[in-house]
Design a protein around this ligand. Structure first.
Ligand code: UDP
Length: 334
């Protein structure tokens, strides 16, 4: 159902992809795929066919209007409803979700429904098509973590009835369903736990820290840091994320793998970094911390390094510069 196309904790770039199964994608030039705009770009460049399924509730056709190839197909469809694809499908990338806190707080039942019914439908499709299935999970499965940094073996610290529970528990259920389809039905599945991600095409009003701070900084408006700004996040540039996700899709791994940038910053440090790269005259103002806002978050990427040979390459400052360039904004510090 909900596909978002932007960056974010889960990057935002969400959809679906399908392409050649059992297979190293590098050896399947005509694979068939669906997913969010950045993943679509990446796969189309490598010769795959992409079927993108999105109901446009949190995304926009503007994110794919630059795509001009007959190998890209768009379907406007809600993943909580049964989906039929006429042609062969080799990979299913299940990215449908409301990943931004402002969206899942606005549509809590939809968040639960797309994580449960939407994941069920996507797994059913993968089973019918004999496709490899990749679930976009999230660092939110770790909740407000008491273990730091977070390895995949950590079970998490989640408030099921708090405001974030409608997203966190939906993703935890989706992981459980994916593993059950794997162990009981023999479906070839993968789970990526995506940490905070950013990049071009995020909605300026999507509510998350980087698009909010950049929008405020470019308008010389006050930058709204929640709480005292001592909470931490670790921000991954979207190109690094997509590269890691495709490596995972190409692998034979079934257990969850964290993909994120371990460069941890406080939110105040993030706001200062955005002040520097934009050269804004904005001041920083402090607002109330949202309920259950995790105090710290940093991925342990040991498994990603070992299993996929992956690690991020784009620094925060470089990634912010790329983001500003994509927005057509000058970047004085670059
Ligand atoms: N945040 C902030 N100001 C904003 C938006 C977000 O200080 O205008 C904080 C938020 O409270 C959280 C961090 O930035 O501590 C990251 O929030 P985001 O919504 O980007 O992602 P998530 O909390 O899901 O990691």
């Amino acid at each position: 159902m909900r596909y978002e196309t932007g960056a974010g904790r889960n990057g935002g770039f969400r959809l679906y992809d399908y392409y050649s199964r059992r297979a190293n994608l590098r050896h399947h030039r005509r694979s068939r795929v669906i997913l969010g705009s950045h993943l679509s770009d990446y796969l189309l460049e490598r010769g795959h066919r992409v079927i993108c399924v999105d109901n446009l509730v949190t995304s926009s056709l503007r994110n794919i209007e630059h795509i001009r190839t007959g190998e890209f197909v768009f379907m406007n469809h809600d993943m909580t409803e049964h989906l039929e694809i006429e042609e062969p499908v080799d990979f299913v990338f299940h990215f449908a979700a409301l990943a931004s806190p402002v969206d899942y707080l606005r549509m809590p039942l939809h968040s639960l429904k797309v994580g449960s019914q939407g994941t069920h439908n996507a797994l059913g499709l993968a089973k019918f098509k004999r496709a490899r299935f990749l679930l976009a999970s999230t660092s939110e499965v770790y909740g407000d973590p008491q273990e730091h940094p977070q390895p995949e073996t950590y079970w998490g610290h989640v408030n099921p009835i708090g405001p974030r529970g409608v997203y966190d528990e939906a993703k935890r259920y989706a992981e459980a369903l994916t593993m059950a389809y794997h162990s009981q039905q023999g479906i070839d599945t993968a789970i990526v736990r995506i940490f905070n991600t950013y990049g071009p095409r995020m909605r300026p009003n999507d509510g998350r820290a980087i698009p909010t701070f950049v929008r405020q900084a470019l308008a010389n408006n006050p930058m709204t840091v929640y709480g005292d700004g001592s909470q931490t996040r670790s921000f991954c540039y979207v190109d690094d994320l997509i590269r890691g996700i495709v490596l995972l899709a190409e692998s034979r791994e079934h257990l969850p793998v964290n993909i994120g940038n371990p460069d941890e910053r406080t939110l105040l440090e993030l706001a200062e970094a955005i002040k520097r790269v934009t050269g804004t005259s904005s001041e920083i103002v402090y607002e109330a911390l949202p309920v259950d806002d995790p105090q710290q978050r940093r991925p342990d990427i040991t498994r990603a390094k070992q299993v996929l040979g992956w690690q991020p390459e784009v620094s925060l400052e470089d990634g912010l510069g790329r983001l500003l360039s994509a927005l057509g904004a000058a970047s004085p510090a670059r």
